[in-house]
Design a protein around this ligand. Structure first.
Ligand code: ZN
Length: 242
């Protein structure tokens, strides 16, 4: 099966559209790793578009805040202000879609979650030590996660040794002898210095993991955020990729 793997769209519809266009014809099914909304100005557009595609999705912390399952005090002031705005915008179909998502999903030898298996909504996997803890909970050859908006590729072999792989565009995964934890980066609010929308393409038959980037209209999104008076810090960081 060929999957388009996206995460942390954060209501950035032009970024989602760019990813869908750029990847057209290269996948059979979509995996969305949470935070469809929050930060950005197009929450309903993102949810509606995803809901109409062949997608398996899990919820993120921002999604849960919008449906009342996570306290707004968990977030910093910028994120919180955007969440208060987002809650007012979300229509009943979007709320229903977000409410229907389960925090951990197993499908086709893949385990999907937003943050980490130790705490699917709010925990992070940021280094080998985090990965090690999560490998002990992972029961499939591949675990897919988001949340940090950063790309990661960890693997653990039969000997228990965890490897943090340096990232290349094209990665061959050993799905037989190793377990793998993969983060595709963020589609709608990329961090790590590159502002282009990030996504992954996973081919489970060939054991291939491709990391992609595509440009989208950042000033256009920033302008809409200005119009809705979303926090200046969030507007600026889109162009910086931080
Ligand atoms: Zn996020």
């Amino acid at each position: 099966m060929r999957y388009l793997v996206i995460s942390d769209i954060h209501a950035n519809f032009p970024a989602l559209q760019a990813v869908l266009q750029d990847s057209e014809g290269t996948w059979d099914r979509i995996i969305c790793l949470g935070d469809v909304v929050g930060y950005g100005p197009f929450p309903n557009e993102c949810v509606t578009t995803l809901a109409e595609l062949p997608v398996t999705a899990v919820p993120g912390n921002h999604d849960w805040a919008c449906i009342g399952r996570l306290d707004l005090n968990y977030f910093n002031e910028h994120a919180r202000a955007a969440l208060v705005w987002t809650r007012e915008q979300l229509d009943s179909d979007s709320m229903e879609f977000l409410s229907s998502l389960k925090p951990v999903v197993r499908e086709d030898n893949l385990t999907l979650f937003h943050g980490a298996l130790t705490g699917p909504i709010t925990d992070y996997i940021l280094d080998s030590r985090d990965a090690e803890e999560n490998f002990s909970l992972l029961q499939t050859p591949v675990g897919l996660f988001g949340h940090s908006h950063l790309r990661f590729y960890f693997s653990r072999g039969m000997n228990g040794q965890v490897v943090s792989h340096s990232l290349s565009q094209r990665n061959s995964l050993d799905l037989v002898h190793r377990k793998n934890l993969l983060n595709p980066g963020s589609t709608g609010q990329p961090r790590g210095g590159d502002p282009r929308a990030a996504y992954g393409l996973l081919d489970t038959e060939k054991g291939l993991w491709l990391l992609q980037r595509v440009e989208y209209d950042i000033p256009g999104v920033q302008q809409v955020m200005e119009e809705y008076s979303l926090p200046e810090y969030l507007i600026r960081r889109l162009a910086e990729g931080r």
